[in-house]
Design a protein around this ligand. Sequence first.
Ligand code: FUC
Length: 781
Amino acid sequence: MTLTRRSTLAALGASTALANAPARAATSKGSPPRLWYRQPAREWVEALPVGSGKLGAMVFGGVAAERLQLNEDTLWAGGPYDPANPEALAALPEIRRLIDAGEYAKATQLAEAKFMGAPKRQMSYQTIGDLKLEFPGLAEAASDYVRDLDIDGAIATTTFTADGVRHVREVIASAPDGVIAVRLTASRKGAITVDLGFASPLKSKPVASVQGTALVLTGGNDSQQGVPAQLKFECRVEVRAKGGRVAGQGGKLSVTGADEVLLLITAATSYRRYDDVSGDPTALNKAALARLAGKPWARLLADHQADHRVLFRRVGVDFGRTRADLLPTDERIKRSPTTDDPSLAALYFQYGRYLLIACSRPGSQPANLQGVWNDKTDAPWGSKYTININTEMNYWPAEPTNLPELVEPLIALVRDIAQTGTTTAKVMYGARGWVAHHNTDLWRATAPIDGAMYGVWPTGGAWLCKHVYDHYDYNRDRAYLARVYPLMKGSARFFLDTLVVDPKFGVLVTNPSLSPENDHGHGSSLVAGPTMDQAIVRDLFENCLKAETILGPDQAFVAELKAARDKLAPYRIGKDGQLQEWQEDWDADAVDIHHRHVSHLYGLFPSDQIGIDTTPKLAAAARTSLLTRGDLATGWAIAWRLNLWARLSDGDHAHNVLKLLLGPERTYPNMFDAHPPFQIDGNFGGTSGMTEMVLQSRNDRIYLLPALPSAWPTGRMTGLRARGAVGVDVHWAGGKLTEAVLTASIDGRVTVVHAGSSLDVDLHRGRPVRLAVVQGALVRA
Ligand code: FUC
C-alpha cells in the first residue's frame, strides 16, 4: 500500500517530503479532538461518519440495535449516457440574439425548449442501505453510555454497561485495507450475541444471503429519469468471532456467545469509468478480504491510524479554550450562539479536514454534495457534483490545510469531463475544447440540466480548472503541470470559440449564461457576461498564460489568449457603490437581493483578482455588495461569506458569520453542515474560512493574521500551506503575532505581509525561517 500511495502522490505531484513529514501532535494538550454524546443517534444527522474515501458508514451507536448506514462511492443511479442536445446548436444564435435584444424571458423559453440536456435531471448517488446489528438480550437503556468520534484516531466508539458487562464497539474505515471494520468486545467472556442483517431502500431490491461466515448483499442500482440501471454491486461482511458460534439462515447471520467479534465490511460496484461498467464487484470484494486473511484488529487499526494521522496531524490548531469544551458536542452546538467556545471552532476546523480525508482519497470519487455519506436513493440535489459552487467549496481547504493529495479525485473528474465535455461543446456549441455546465454526476454528464434558469451556465468546468492550476501553484511540480495543462487549454479553447462581442458594451462575453441561480429581475437569470463568468474566464486565461511561460509557449495560442483576455468585460461599480453582478447595473432590481449565491464576489474569494490592498476600490464595492446580501443564508452560503469577510480583513465580522455557521440552525448534532438539508460544502467552506482568517496566500504574497478576531486573542495554527510550496506556522498572543515560521519545499523568495508591515524573505528548501514583530515591523527572528 505504501508503494501505491507514494506512486499516486508522485503522479499527482505532491511533495513526498511533505507527505512523509513527521506527524505533529494534533493538540498541544489534553485529549484528542473528538465529537461525543451521551445518547445514541436517533436521526441520521446525529450519527457519526467514518470513511475510507471509497467506503462510508454512518454509525448510530445504539445499544440493543446498532445501525451502520453504508455507502460505496460509485453506487449511483443509471448508467452511461450522453446528455448533449443536438437541437441546441441551431437554437444558439437566436438565444443569443434574444439576450442581446433584452428579451430575457423569451430567451429562457427558447433555451428551455431547445438548449437543455436529456434527461432533464442527472443521476443520484445512492445508498447501499443499512447493516443492522441486533443484540438479543440487551435493552436500549444502559448505564455509563458514551459514543464518540475521535477525529485524530479516525475511530467511532460506543461504550456502555449492561447487566454488569462493559461493552465496547469500535468502527473504522481503513483506506489502506479498503474495508470498514467493526470490533465488538465485552468485559465478560461469551457475552456477545448478535444477529446481522441488511435493509436496503433500493428499488432494485438487492438480496441478502449467507456464504459460510459471510453475509452478502447482492444487487444492482436503480434506473432514474429513463436512464436504465446498469451497475451491479455487492456488499460483503465477513464475520470473525472469538469463541461462540456463527450460524446463518436466509438473509441473516447470527453470532452467539462470542468473546469478541470482528466484522470486515467491503463493497464494490461494476463501475470502472463513466463509460465502462464491466467491473466484477464480487471478485473485488473477495480479493480485498483475502488480503486481510489473518490480519488481526490491532494491525488493521494501527495501519489505519498511521495512514490517517500522516494526513491529519500535519496541521495543529488552538484558538483558546473555555469550560464549554467539557460538554457533549450537541450541547456545545446548541449553546454556541451565546457561549464563548473557541475550541468548538477549532474542532469544526479539524473536523473539515477529517471529513475530507474520509471522503476523498486518490482513486476514490471526489467528495460529492454529501461527501461519501448518503442514506437515500434519490438524495437532495442527487448528492452530486454541483459545480457552480458546492464542489469547488469542498476543495477550498485541501491545499491551504496541507492535504494536497486529496485533490487527486477532483483532478481525475476534470480529466473525465474534459472528455465528455468535448462532445457537449461540439454538439451544442459547435466549439472546440470542452464545456461543463452547473452539475455533473458519476457518468460525467456535462450538458445544461434542471431548467434554463439554473443550467445554462457554461463556466463550471472552467472554475474547476482553477483547482487544477492551484494544485500546481501550491506544490510547484512542473511535471504535474505538464500532465494537466491540456485540460486547462481545452477549457480555454472552448471560450476562445464561444465568447461573443456584447453589442452594447463592445467587450467579449459569455452568452448565453447567468449569474448562478440569481434572477436579475428582468424576466430571468439568463444574460450575457455575468461578472462571475468574466472573472472565471480571466483566471483561466491568466493561469494558461502562466503555464505557457513555465512549460514553453505555444506562441499562436498565447497570442490568441492575450487578445481575448484584453477584451474581457471589466468589473463595474454600480450606482449604490456595489460591485455589479451583471454588465448592467441591476443589483437593486434582483428578485432576491439577499440571494445565497455571491457569485460576483468570486474575484475577492476564491480568486485574488480583488484585494483590499491590490484593488481597494473594487474591494470596497465588494464589501458594499456583501453588506446588502447580508450574512444569514444557507450553510455553504454562510461559509462563503466567512471567507469573503476574512479577505476583507474584518476578523470580527468574519467571526460573527462563523458563529452563524456553528449554531444549531446550520450545524447538525453530528457537526454536519445544514444547508438545510445536510450538505458537506459548508463544513469545508468553514475550514477554509478559518484558515483565511489566520493565513492568506494571494497575489504572490503571504498575509499573516489578516483577519484575527478579538474572540481569539491567543492561539496558533501550524502546518498550513501557502502558494509557492511554503509551509507556514502562525502563533499569536494578546491579539498580536508572536512568531511565524516559514518552511519552503523549494528555494524561492516571498513577500510576507502583516499589519501594514511587509518583508521580503529568501527561502531555502527545508530551512525554516522565523519571523517576529519588533516595534510594529515584521523582522527575521
Ligand atoms: C446550488 C445551490 C443550492 C444547493 C444546490 C446543491 O444549486 O443554489 O442552494 O446548494 O446547489
